[in-house]
Design a protein around this ligand. Structure first.
Ligand code: SF4
Length: 310
């Protein structure tokens, strides 16, 4: 967790736990895994490897930001954005459900902070929320039996109501959910799932961008046809016909083994975003270090933000 971060599209980062399993070509040079191998040695990556929960003090930091939200908003004219889980995947189903529930409670009780939840497991979102709800229901019964003093630590009733409302379509306005895709195969597979996710704001991260990707069909409203997230989608609960990706982040890879990003692929995404009037945030070209290639696109810094309020 960091008060300040070098990730340009957020203000602060928070990790409730550390550790993950690579599941995409975008994970090949995972910087968090590399950091554990070379310096931090706090968690091992891979299936079956236990995730490591971060300290109580680390979790408390988010509450401090919440207590000080008014000062931040006065200084910046907007709410603090917190990128949650830069060293793990929040919807990783190998992490204990109890930790995820604790994180949900932290989110519920810090409504003045925008949580940016970015995942490579977008298909897990609803299932994880449902599992959290089941876990909370069990805890509610258990703590009722234990007595009021223990029950006070988490407001299980309030958390249950909050999760029920979320799953029923009343998503919290301070939680943004994004999917990372790095090539066309992942875009075709995951963006339709992103459109169905219950979230007040949905975004797409193409970082590291490994190939040209056409996302244009998901940046514009669709009106009729099949329910596959492509042209002409039929609108189920959270994939309304008018639903589009609200924000696009593009970035190149950084690190010792960074794979170069094709400028034509970047130009293509910029054109698609401009045509659809979708805000695009160009993070960096990448290279050996995060700022090796700079972040200028045709001589300007393209750092656009979605229209959002909480
Ligand atoms: S999902 Fe993210 S944290 Fe997990 S291995 Fe891939 S890049 Fe690393």
């Amino acid at each position: 967790m960091a008060q300040q971060t070098t990730i340009a599209w957020t203000d602060s980062t928070f990790n409730g736990w550390i550790g993950c399993t690579a599941i995409s070509p975008g994970c090949d040079n995972c910087y968090a895994a590399a950091m554990m191998d070379t310096r931090l040695h706090r968690a091992k990556w891979g299936p079956g490897e236990p995730r490591v929960r971060t300290s109580k003090a680390n979790w408390e930091q988010m509450r401090r930001w919440e207590r000080n939200y008014a000062r931040f908003e006065q200084e910046h004219g907007r709410a603090r954005r917190v990128f949650c889980f830069s060293q793990a995947d929040v919807f990783d189903n190998e992490s204990p459900i109890g930790w995820f529930v604790d994180f949900m409670e932290l989110c519920r009780t810090t409504p003045h902070l925008i949580k940016q939840l970015l995942t490579k497991r977008i298909g897990n979102v609803v299932r994880r929320l449902q599992e959290a709800l089941e876990h909370v229901a069990e805890q509610l019964v258990a703590t009722t039996q234990l007595g009021a003093e223990k029950a006070l630590q988490t407001d299980w009733q309030a958390l249950r109501d909050w999760l029920i409302a979320w799953l029923a379509g009343r998503a919290p306005s301070h939680i943004w959910i994004g999917a990372t895709v790095v090539n066309q195969v992942e875009a075709d597979r995951d963006i339709p799932k992103l459109l169905r996710v219950p979230a007040a704001l949905i975004f797409l991260s193409l970082e590291p961008l490994l190939a040209s990707v056409d996302v244009s069909r998901w940046l514009r409203p669709r009106t009729t046809g099949r329910d596959d997230g492509r042209e002409g989608v039929q609108a189920p609960e959270w994939s309304q016909a008018t639903r589009v990706v609200d924000w696009v982040i593009v970035g190149g890879e950084s690190g010792r083994k960074a794979r170069p990003m094709d400028p034509l692929a970047v130009a293509g995404l910029r054109r698609q975003c401009e045509e659809a009037r979708t805000p695009m945030f160009f993070k960096q070209w990448g290279g050996r270090t995060a700022d090796a290639g700079g972040c200028l696109l045709d001589g300007i810094e393209l750092k656009q933000w979605p229209l959002a309020s909480i």
